[in-house]
Design a protein. Structure first.
Length: 242
């Protein structure tokens, strides 16, 4: 038994060593019960924050950030496709039998049919400032941020946009992401706010790997362009094209 436990610890340690965790991240996970769209937007002071996102079209979304356990993200998508609640997903992927290092993780899960009950988990060993903000059909979570305003103001922007019937789920996600950046974003990136950013929105009929909106701004040079501003430019161009 001891040798088996040692082997598990070695495997997990190696996976963390050779992975590219999306530390210092804030993300918005949300669903629209009217259109049945699901979506995520996120930014980070890492090169490829896009990797945190897991989308189950017609069901829900999950982000796996901080140390970014990709196995947990895949398990979350699988469970969402099967109709699991956000709470059930969080319980499964923070079970020590699934992940001995779950205290290093941060998750956000939102699902259609469970709009009043988004679920998050922030491990005690994630870096601060860390925290979450919940609303109807939306959860905003972050770690290594400047302060609580990042998630709180992102939520306020999302909810304000939701009051305007002309604002799509994608519009709301962009507004929330930009509000988080205005109020500090990642505390390691200074004026740049982040180094990578993305937005994904899936219609209920979309393929799991082919969301109808999928824009990714990968790693910018340190001290270079603000990826959220670059994302806005590409997003506006996309909006004009549809």
């Amino acid at each position: 038994m001891k040798s088996k436990q040692l082997l598990v610890l070695v495997v997990i340690s190696l996976s963390l060593l050779f992975s590219d965790p999306a530390m210092a991240t804030w993300s918005i996970t949300a669903v629209d019960p009217k259109t049945k769209e699901v979506g995520i937007a996120g930014a980070s002071c890492t090169d490829f924050v896009f990797g945190i996102a897991g989308v189950a079209p017609g069901k829900g979304v999950i982000v796996a950030q901080a140390m970014s356990n990709m196995a947990a993200k895949r398990q979350g998508v699988k469970m969402l496709l099967e109709g699991a609640s956000p709470q059930a997903v969080i319980a499964a992927i923070t079970d020590p039998d699934f992940d001995l290092n779950f205290s290093l993780q941060q998750y956000g899960v939102v699902a259609l049919g469970f709009e009043n009950k988004p679920a998050t988990y922030t491990g005690v060993d994630t870096d601060g400032w860390r925290g979450v903000a919940h609303g109807y059909g939306v959860s905003i979570q972050g770690n290594t941020l400047t302060d609580a305003r990042v998630v709180n103001d992102a939520l306020a922007a999302f909810e304000a946009a939701a009051k305007d019937n002309r604002m799509s789920l994608a519009d709301r996600l962009m507004a929330a992401l930009e509000a988080g950046a205005v109020n500090g974003g990642d505390n390691r990136c200074g004026r740049q706010k982040a180094r990578s950013a993305f937005i994904i929105v899936a219609k209920p009929t979309d393929d799991i790997k082919a969301s109808y909106l999928r824009i990714n701004i990968p790693g910018q040079e340190e001290g270079g362009s603000n990826p959220i501003k670059l994302l806005r430019i590409k997003y506006d161009a996309w909006r004009k094209s549809i």
